[in-house]
Design a protein around this ligand. Structure first.
Ligand SMILES: [Zn+2]
Length: 144
């Protein structure tokens, strides 16, 4: 995993951390990242994937070349690249990383008071967060 690969969207108002499984695809394969404020009116299904208003545009041909190089019998599509985690949100949705960090910080005082309660609260709040993402329709959350 390439941790802390942060990308800004085209308008620069939003950013997210990306995961890239096995470091197989370089970050440039994600040609453009659009947030809900700068997304194009229509998305090109061959190269773009839409997730709750965010749009990821991939260099599908170059991605295919990387897969071929590894003798992977797969077809590079935006859906495959995203779902298999080769260039995808880190976590389940943009901002997950920050939400997770804040949650840990907020509950940290509990560690000394009651570790079991800390762990229980952490789990319960995260489960609620994931349920929220799932209800909102985030693609990676659907698989949980
Ligand atoms: Zn934007």
């Amino acid at each position: 995993m390439c941790l802390n690969l942060r990308r800004f969207c085209v308008c620069g108002r939003n950013s997210t951390y990306l995961s890239c499984r096995d470091n197989l695809l370089p970050g440039e394969i994600l040609l453009n990242l659009f947030c809900p404020e700068c997304r194009p009116d229509s998305t090109e299904e061959d190269t773009m994937l839409q997730d709750c208003g965010w749009v990821l545009e991939y260099d599908v041909e170059r991605a295919q070349a990387y897969f071929d190089l590894k003798s992977m019998q797969v077809r590079a599509t935006p859906g495959f690249i995203f779902d298999a985690g080769y260039l995808s949100w880190q976590g389940l949705a943009p901002g997950d990383q920050e939400i997770n960090t804040r949650l840990h910080q907020r509950l940290a005082p509990l560690i000394k008071q009651d570790l079991a309660l800390y762990l229980q609260s952490l789990r319960a709040e995260w489960v609620a967060h994931v349920a929220q993402l799932k209800a909102a329709g985030w693609r990676k959350a659907q698989a949980t």
